[in-house]
Design a protein around this ligand. Structure first.
Ligand code: NAP
Length: 287
């Protein structure tokens, strides 16, 4: 029987904890506050931003959305990020990606100070991940953190396992490879230039897909010899405009031991991780 790796029980249980932590902060005169800087009207970004705000409200945090026009100049954009992220009332700050084309070459990595960079993209946070620093001392990128939380919740031990990740982006694949390596997994990080991707996938104990192609991972990625755990990070819309993952869920579900669906799998865990990072940032102010 294939196990479904659902995020709902994780989110429900974690919300109780987040509310308690926010309440303690409130008793110390502090309300956790997130600021999101958004440029333009990208539909997916507007949805993600709204979902982050709604989730903050569920546990008593404030979320400010700084909405800048699509045509904002590079200078004005940088000024807005600097001003917002240096506001002492803001504990966590992030830039909603993707940015409009003319802002894509801006040097953003160190713009938000590391102690407010709850997306975990600042070089200091990345370096802490690389050297496997204690989790409470830095911010781990949210999607990799959420995926690790998913595996832990369902008691899927990664130590000694062969994890195949497809997709090497800086926000998912690369930091996830580092995080799982720190947890003693043996990781193969694949991408569009990987030769013989299917035969690498056939050797996976755990297969994680972060590609961005609707239902590309079909039966041909699985052999009869192994029934791997599958984590689907993809957030895609098919030709009927239906939300789906990178994995052809219906075609592969009987070939795998466990699988995270889309929707209902990794997506909500990214926001949960963001909330956990926000509280960690706010709590650092009262320690
Ligand atoms: P990205 O920056 O576009 O990277 C995609 C990666 O997939 C690249 O490394 C690319 O290889 C690789 N790739 C593309 N086509 C491939 C193919 N046919 N075979 C093998 N590798 C292939 O994407 P991303 O930002 O990491 O996002 C990936 C997906 O995850 C998207 O659907 C995104 O919406 C979703 N996502 C979901 C969450 C969530 O919370 N659920 C969070 C983040 C992202 P190259 O490097 O060689 O180009």
């Amino acid at each position: 029987m294939t196990e479904l790796l659902l995020s709902k029980p994780i989110v429900d249980a974690s919300l109780v904890n987040l509310r308690k932590r926010a309440e303690i902060l409130k008793n110390n005169g502090l309300i956790p506050r997130l600021a999101i800087i958004l440029a333009g009207q990208n539909q997916a970004s507007l949805t993600y931003t709204r979902n982050k705000k709604l989730f903050c409200e569920k546990f008593g945090a404030i979320c400010d959305i700084i909405q800048l026009p699509e045509t904002v100049s590079g200078g004005s954009f940088l000024d807005a990020v600097r001003t917002t992220s240096r506001d002492p009332l803001v504990h966590g700050c992030l830039i909603q990606l993707p940015l409009p084309e003319h802002l894509k070459d801006l040097e953003l990595d160190t713009l938000i100070p590391a102690h407010k960079d709850i997306d975990g993209f600042h070089p200091l946070n990345m370096h802490a991940l690389m050297r496997d620093a204690p989790a409470s001392t830095y911010f781990c990128p949210c999607t990799p953190k959420g995926i690790l939380g998913l595996l832990e919740f369902y008691n899927i031990n990664v130590s000694g396992k062969h994890v195949v990740i497809i997709g090497r982006s800086s926000i998912v694949g690369k930091p996830l490879a580092m995080l799982l390596t720190n947890k003693n997994a043996t990781v193969t990080l694949c991408h569009s230039k990987t030769s013989d991707l299917r035969s690498i996938a056939h050797g996976a104990d755990i297969l994680i897909s972060a590609i961005g192609h609707a239902r590309l991972i079909d039966q041909s990625f699985f052999s009869t010899k192994k029934q791997p755990v599958v984590v689907d990070v993809g957030t895609n819309f098919d030709s009927d405009n239906k939300l789906c993952g990178d994995v052809d869920f219906d075609a592969v579900r009987d070939l795998v031991s466990a699988i995270s669906p889309v929707p209902g799998g990794v997506g909500p865990l990214t926001i949960l991780s963001l909330a956990q990072n926000l509280l960690q940032a706010a709590e650092n102010n009262v320690k």
